[in-house]
Design a protein around this ligand. Sequence first.
Ligand code: C5P
Length: 408
Amino acid sequence: MLAHHLNFAIHRSTPVHLGVTGSVAAYKSAEILRMLLQVGLDVSVTLTSGAAKFVSPLLFESLGASAVYTSLWDTPDSAFGHLEPAQKTKAMLVAPATANTLAKMAHGIADEILSTQYLAFQGPVLVAPTMNPRLFEASATQDNLALLQKRGVKILEPESGEMACGETGRGRLPNLEYMVIEVLRALTVQDMAGTHVLVTLGPTQEFFDPVRYWTNPSTGLMGACLAMAAWLRGAKVSVVHGPVDLWFPPDVARVPVVSARQMYEACIDLWPTQDIGLMSAAVSDFSPVPFTGGKFKKRDIQDGDMRVAFTSNPDILRTLGENKAPGQKLLGFCAETGNLEHWASFKLQEKHCDLMVANSVTAEGSGFAVPTNIVYVLDAKGRNETWPTLSKSEIGWRLMEWMTQLLD
Ligand code: C5P
């Protein structure tokens, strides 16, 4: 799961508030709490009386909520529980949000704890309407949502599907990763709004015959962390990716490809409209010359001697570097087994990059299929740094910081 990796230091210990209302989906809010804690946030929780019929406050306390509020009148530690989220936290997520709570929020009704806390809240608020499709489509609910949206509340659109009541339609709680990452975005300064960012990530697969291909162990995590760092800061992100098992928010444009040649074509198409290219894909430099007679069989081997010829693939990064318009910036990676500084400097120039990130694929805690990396970073102005072992999300964040400084 991508969200599990997005533990950016910049958001660590930031207090946020989770409101839970009386929907069948309330049981999923315990997992939302766990995920918010996992990305490093400090989370307080309010259960409406309806929510408390589905799930116990003790569950949220036990999972690590910093405070759990359940009533306007019964706040053991403080008489001002109705004001505390506004005073102490930086964003509020109401998930699931019932028609009743949304109506109270829209009309300033402060007769229970959550809607009162919302009324006092001045930071960003996100709501995930979750209810029977008839309730969701009702004019009153839609009008209330429009009113909330007009006031700046972010509506996390419900998903369609089968409901607990057996009916089918719009009203299901959205993907939990989506809600968590939208909370992170609400906490982030949108200093890349209007910037178009192209990211390549993952491996490529070069087929020899219909059942065999040449590839590498890339999972795409480093590139996904870069993409998410840009997305959180408001950038319009396009991801061209090889075969990977990664989720991205719905407003990330995804272009799935298989081979290096397909990745090349997709990048050539997109590059003229981009401001920044972050090329983290582990592109296969060579492809086997395909066997054309269907599946290659043992009996096709002549005299026990199996040989496969390879041809070179186009270098995507170098092609984009050679076609850089004024103002466009490019970041490349080089995965090496040694001599990182030499190769970073060589490839920075060879591929016309503005920033080159060299990582060792043999050092422990670095390279393919691990959540951390050890990198040496060099820019075209000569600034260079070696970073200690860091999570890929932290490296992604720092590289975006560096890149935005090069844009100025
Ligand atoms: O030359 P090398 O493969 O080490 O360069 C790695 C960098 O170049 C990475 O940023 C990778 O995404 C990019 N690359 C590319 N097209 C290729 C090979 C590498 O874009 N065919």
